[in-house]
Design a protein. Sequence first.
Length: 243
Amino acid sequence: MPKERKTHICTTYNQVTEVKALHQRGRHLQQKIAELLGLTERQISLAIKAEHVTAKKCKEYPCHLTDAQVNELVEYARRKIGEEIYDTGIMFWDCFSYNKKGPCLFWEKEWVSINKESYCKRIVSLVQGWLTPKAQGDDNFNSIILKLMHDNAPGHTAAYTVEELAVRDVHPIFWPDLNPIEPARNGIKDYTGRYYPDLDAGKQYSHDELYMIVKEAWDYIIPKTLKDLVDSMPARCQAVIDV
């Protein structure tokens, strides 16, 4: 039988050196190395085996991140599809219960982004105070039990936040698709868009002006609107069941 012809590893010593260097960096697949050097994948494979080269893992890109690590690293920009991200702006937090508006808060820039620690420090105490019957200023309110409803943002669902809420005897409901606060906040956006349109190119509202505009929009929402949103919850739940 004719002898099987051996495949040459590489034609030159320099090519072996280049293969070794590229593979050790851990940034190129064998197919890519073959394209760069004008060799076959078989030649690249034999050269790697002959030189006993092991690719190094790239330190900048870990193979896998846990959910906790992702929440620590990623900042979420919450906006509608097609809505632009603005480098300057303000963050406004608000709440309501049935036909009563609760406390609101402008998130100051020096507080940086919202995470589990800052959310507990700035928001949770407001929530706890608002959930108490005394805060409602209604003698008949003692018979009503309020439940906190918020979405699944990382700052809300972090174990640190969940534990802090439990210590304060606050047990939230996670219904992000049914939360009536979203239509209320859409009302704020609609009001600001209607009465305070974008300025000419290169001009922006100051932070003080933005505070005034957003607060004005929030105050514009009447109690009946809030009541109607809460009253719509049975229909919202039924719609989910019917899907």
